[in-house]
Design a binder for this molecule. Structure first.
Ligand code: 2BA
Length: 109
């Protein structure tokens, strides 16, 4: 079993969770913030059996897309004196995914 930690944009989170659920996968949604932009994003914890990892990765890829975000002036720091405030942009996403081995998994009922 693997634990996938997927950091996605808030815009994509609902659609992604629906697609995962429809395909029979379970996930936990955590509200998070990016360390660079300090904007809200969503972190999903997805426990998945090894043979299904590729399917889950494909679902993530299909439901998350890249977007351009403007870097807020307070993040840009001194540079913002030299640029119009809407000129400094970064491309965010589709998704950042970490995969960890799971030593043990229990569901107590
Ligand atoms: P943020 O940290 O807010 O980063 C948003 C976007 O800003 C990044 O998109 C990247 O395009 C840019 N960026 C981040 N750090 C930068 C830096 N030091 N200099 C220049 N540009 C920078 P993504 O790479 O798609 O990352 C989206 C979100 O995924 C990140 O939001 C963060 O929450 C998470 N993330 C990405 N890489 C990570 C990592 N290695 N460890 C933990 N979280 C990560």
């Amino acid at each position: 079993m693997k634990l996938l930690i997927a950091i996605v944009q808030d815009y994509d989170a609902n659609q992604l969770l629906t697609a995962l659920s429809d395909a029979g996968f379970r996930a936990t949604r955590i509200s998070s913030s990016g360390g660079f932009l300090r904007m809200g994003n969503t972190t999903l914890l997805i426990g998945v059996d090894d043979p299904s990892v590729h399917q889950v990765l494909r679902i993530i890829e299909e439901n998350c897309r890249q977007r351009t975000e403007v870097v807020p002036p307070e993040i840009v720091g001194d540079l913002h004196e030299w640029y119009p405030p809407n000129l400094i942009e970064v491309v965010v996403g589709g998704a950042t995914v970490f995969m960890l081995p799971v030593e043990r998994f229990d569901r107590f009922q």
